[in-house]
Design a protein around this ligand. Structure first.
Ligand SMILES: [Zn+2]
Length: 327
């Protein structure tokens, strides 16, 4: 599916990584108020034999740490020592958010709404600029690792770009429990890549600020599945997750709080659901009222809000209908 880009030397921020070399590269971004220089670490694994170049990125949102851990384990296990092509790894893009336990950078801007970026702009725009101009020109396709925002827990899932065949294929190959198309958001990383004809799939697993062992394992397995599919590795040993069908979801819908109160889910995330089934309820604190949230159609729950106290209209469950794996 990818053109053979040949065995090339990868150059990022003036540093060259020749075929057969692995190298840490650091792009300086800005200083902390105390003067400490913060730079974005990038690990380049360049095999001797020609092949495509994969980008694996974590921590675009600083508090979404499962992706950071997925990459750390894969680095520890030497999973990126590939036989051909290259892998460019950004273990933690938004370091500023990471050290502040925040999705954004300290001024409140979201790096994933700051692409393609501005060289001398605000912090988020500077980070985006370096990714757009130093990293994206080197890659053929990529995997962007995320989790649910706030206290929303995402069952492992892949999001792809509907009218981009390679993106759709990668989504299926990743083989997460669920996959579906989502529209491109202006100024997002995926949109910036799309404008340069680079397919990016977005992995979502778990929730921010919490390690989720299952979501981490699904993420590692998925990245390895993609690397095997494009011929970077011959086999995956051991397999962390074996799955026959990745469910392709349509008719996605948020079920919202019918009233304010305490939200008590009655299903596990990732469960299949039947039309009319009670998925959870919202109750007041004194057992005076209790409003049920029911499934409007047969399908699956793939995101649950772990917020215990909710207001009317808050998103509680994200659900979708399955058409099986054939698309
Ligand atoms: Zn995110």
């Amino acid at each position: 599916m990818f053109e053979d880009s040949g065995n090339k030397t990868i150059t990022i921020y003036g540093e060259s990584v020749k075929p057969g070399e692995d190298k840490w590269i650091k792009i300086p971004i800005d200083r902390l108020p105390t003067g400490t220089l913060i730079d974005i670490p990038i690990y380049v694994f360049n095999a001797e034999k020609p092949g495509p170049t994969l980008l694996v990125q974590g921590g675009l949102h600083g508090d979404e740490i499962n992706g950071v851990e997925i990459i750390r384990r894969m680095l520890y296990d030497n999973n990126f020592k590939i036989k051909n092509g290259a892998v460019i790894v950004l273990p933690l893009l938004n370091i500023f958010g990471f050290i502040h336990f925040s999705r954004q950078v300290p001024d409140g801007k979201d790096v994933n709404r700051s692409f393609p970026g501005v060289k001398n702009g605000s912090l988020a725009a500077r980070i985006a600029y370096q990714v757009t101009h130093e990293v994206l020109p080197q890659v053929d396709f990529g995997i962007d690792l995320h989790t649910g925002g706030a206290q929303r827990h995402n069952h492992p899932q892949i999001r792809f770009t509907d009218d981009f065949l390679e993106s759709r294929t990668l989504a299926k190959v990743f083989n997460a429990p669920f996959y579906f198309a989502t529209s491109l958001i202006q100024k997002s990383f995926r949109k910036a890549a799309y404008d340069r004809k680079i397919p990016i799939i977005v992995y979502e697993g778990g929730e921010s600020m919490r390690f989720d062992e299952y979501a981490i394992k699904e993420g590692i397995q998925g990245v390895l599945n993609v690397m095997k599919y494009v011929g970077m590795i011959d086999k995956i040993d051991p397999m962390l997750i074996e799955r026959e069908v990745s469910e392709f979801l349509t008719k996605r819908k948020w079920l919202r709080a019918p009233t304010a109160g305490m939200f008590v889910p009655q299903v596990l995330n990732g469960s299949s659901i039947k039309k009319g089934e009670v998925l959870g309820f919202v109750t007041d604190t004194f057992a005076d009222y209790c409003k049920e949230v029911k499934a409007p159609y047969d399908g699956f729950v793939f995101c649950i809000n772990n917020q215990a106290v909710v207001n009317q209209g808050d998103a509680l469950f994200h659900i979708g209908a399955s058409t099986g794996s054939v698309i």
